[in-house]
Design a protein around this ligand. Structure first.
Ligand SMILES: [Mn+2]
Length: 242
């Protein structure tokens, strides 16, 4: 049987490599490598406005889709006003990912949102975001140092997909975010919370076979079972004999 095809939505960032400084479609390699370790076929998906118009053209090729981390979602995407801490937004990426998330949910295609991708899943279902958590918490404990993950405890709802994917009701997670969820999107339920401050860290759609958002980064944690659980749910979509 072939491996499940897992699409990873790419960022566009200014990147320096060898003699070049250029805008690049990119993701940290941990995303692809964690999918490959779970015996999935990882492919990188650059934003594409034609796909935003007709998501089936792309979703027909996939068994699962990952909304990855990256820059903040444009506040205009969810009807909020700009905030000074929100920079580097990419409306084309937002359009592409919101359209893919909508249609993937309609088709019940397995999807996993990580960090920004968790926030994207919330926005795509009509939810809103806290623009800058330190304004609310009085602390930047979910993003202590630029470019370094900090680790904190999360508790998970018993019997939830989040708890099943993690393999327990308590876990330590790699964190690097300054935004959180305000209003929860339609059909979503919160199933994970930061132990220290109750920030919502996991959301899911119970009606779907695998629709999970995590505010943390399972792809950088070799002990995490989350990517493996997602790839297994995607594998179930591969036709027998394919
Ligand atoms: Mn966190």
């Amino acid at each position: 049987m072939r491996r499940p095809v897992i699409g990873l939505c790419a960022a566009v960032e200014d990147v320096s490599y060898r003699v070049w400084n250029d805008a690049a479609s990119m993701l940290p390699r941990a995303y692809a490598e964690s999918v490959q370790r779970a015996d999935g076929l990882a492919i990188l998906l650059p934003a594409d406005d034609a796909v935003a118009e007709r998501p089936d053209e792309l979703l027909d090729l996939l068994d699962g889709v990952v909304f990855a981390g990256g820059s903040d979602i444009d506040p205009l995407t969810y009807g909020a006003t700009p905030h000074p801490s929100v920079t580097g937004t990419d409306p084309a990426r937002d359009r592409f990912e919101v359209a893919l998330a909508h249609r993937a949910l309609e088709r019940d295609l397995p999807l996993l949102g990580i960090c920004r991708g968790m926030q994207l899943l919330n926005v795509a279902t009509g939810g809103t975001l806290v623009p800058h958590l330190p304004d609310m918490l009085g602390s930047d404990r979910h993003r202590l140092e630029p470019g370094v993950f900090c680790w904190h405890e999360v508790r998970l709802e018993s019997g939830s997909l989040a708890a099943e994917a993690v393999g327990g009701e308590r876990t330590t997670v790699g964190s690097h975010h300054h935004q959180g969820l305000a209003e929860i999107g339609e059909g979503l339920v919160a199933t994970g919370w930061s132990v220290e401050d109750d920030v919502v860290e996991a959301i899911e759609l119970p009606e779907r076979r695998f629709a999970l958002g995590a505010l943390w980064h399972p792809e950088v944690d070799a002990r995490s079972r989350v990517i493996g659980a997602f790839v297994e749910a995607s594998r179930a979509r591969v036709p027998a004999g394919a």
